[in-house]
Design a protein around this ligand. Structure first.
Ligand SMILES: Nc1nc2c(ncn2[C@@H]2O[C@H](COP(=O)(O)OP(=O)(O)OP(=O)(O)O)[C@@H](O)[C@H]2O)c(=O)[nH]1
Ligand SMILES: *[C@@H]1O[C@H](CO)[C@@H](O)[C@H](O)[C@H]1NC(C)=O
Ligand SMILES: *[C@@H]1O[C@H](CO)[C@@H](O)[C@H](O)[C@H]1NC(C)=O
Ligand SMILES: *[C@@H]1O[C@H](CO)[C@@H](O)[C@H](O)[C@H]1NC(C)=O
Ligand SMILES: [Mg+2]
Length: 211
């Protein structure tokens, strides 16, 4: 009777990027259609939800990370457990793309050459001072040199936010039809203290429980 539970496939999307670029804002816009103007530094937050594909259910985990990890080992652990990565920078601070470049190198190093599940996200596209020139150049590097996905978003207005998840689903070769069914069931687990973060991210048993 619990066969379907055990056989359920789980994919994990990991959000990485410098502090304050809007990782949490993008995830919250997608899951709850809300925007918070205050910046609260994330420690680590794991969201999980079910996604119905044709005839099968997939558990999607979204790992929101801290842009200011005190220990590199912690980020390495997050990278190892990820199936696809959203690397976020802020369009009003093109320098934050340097962190994306660094993260991509770390991902290639840890996951191996064959791995290519990366979606680069240029967030805060609504910002008045965003640089169009930088966006054009970044898009060229990401799409042509890296062969990765590129999406320009605004968590503030919600524009193109579902596009990030559509691209991530394509990276893991799942049908990228983002429908309300995706949001049917969700659950959030938070680790708020540094002490509890030392453990590897929770295993799939703890989430996507069929009630
Ligand atoms: N104008 C604008 N502001 C945004 C957007 N996305 C996020 N912000 C703001 O940027 C700040 C940082 O957003 P967060 O989502 O907390 O950033 P984060 O990347 O999760 O940061 P850490 O958790 O510290 O790594 C907040 O004040 C947000 O309101 C956006 O698309 N447009
Ligand atoms: C745009 O404004 C933000 C917030 O005031 C600032 O941090 C950033 O450096 C500015 N970017 C550019 C390209 O001027
Ligand atoms: C949304 O994506 C389209 C296509 O990539 C892009 O032209 C547009 O500027 C994006 N919107 C925002 C707000 O960035
Ligand atoms: C996960 O489930 C398997 C079998 O369903 C069980 O053997 C294992 O102990 C569970 N692990 C946790 C952490 O609950
Ligand atoms: Mg955050």
């Amino acid at each position: 009777m619990s066969l379907s539970v055990r056989e359920q496939r789980t994919v994990r999307f990991v959000f990485l990027g410098a502090a304050g670029v809007g990782k949490t804002a993008i995830i919250h816009r997608f899951l709850h259609d809300r925007f918070e103007s205050k910046h609260t530094r994330t420690v680590e937050e794991l969201h999980s939800l079910e996604y119905d594909t044709d005839g099968a259910r997939v558990c999607i985990e979204i790992l929101d990370t801290s842009g200011s990890y005190p220990f590199p080992a912690m980020r390495a652990l997050c990278i190892r457990t990820g199936d696809a990565f959203a690397l976020v920078y802020s369009a009003d601070e093109p320098d934050s793309f340097e962190e994306v470049q660094r993260l991509r190198e770390e991902i290639l190093e840890l996951k191996g050459e064959k791995f290519a599940g990366i979606t680069v996200v240029g967030n805060k596209a609504d910002a008045e001072n965003r640089s169009r020139v930088a966006t054009g150049e970044i898009m060229r590097i990401v799409e042509e040199e890296w062969g990765a996905g590129f999406v320009e978003t605004s968590a503030y207005s919600g524009e193109n936010v579902t596009g990030v998840f559509r691209d991530l689903l394509e990276q893991v070769k799942l049908p990228s039809r983002v429908s309300p069914a995706l949001r049917r069931r969700r659950q959030t687990m938070m680790r708020e203290s540094i002490g509890t973060r030392k453990k590897p991210p929770m295993k799939k048993n703890n989430s996507c429980i069929l009630s």
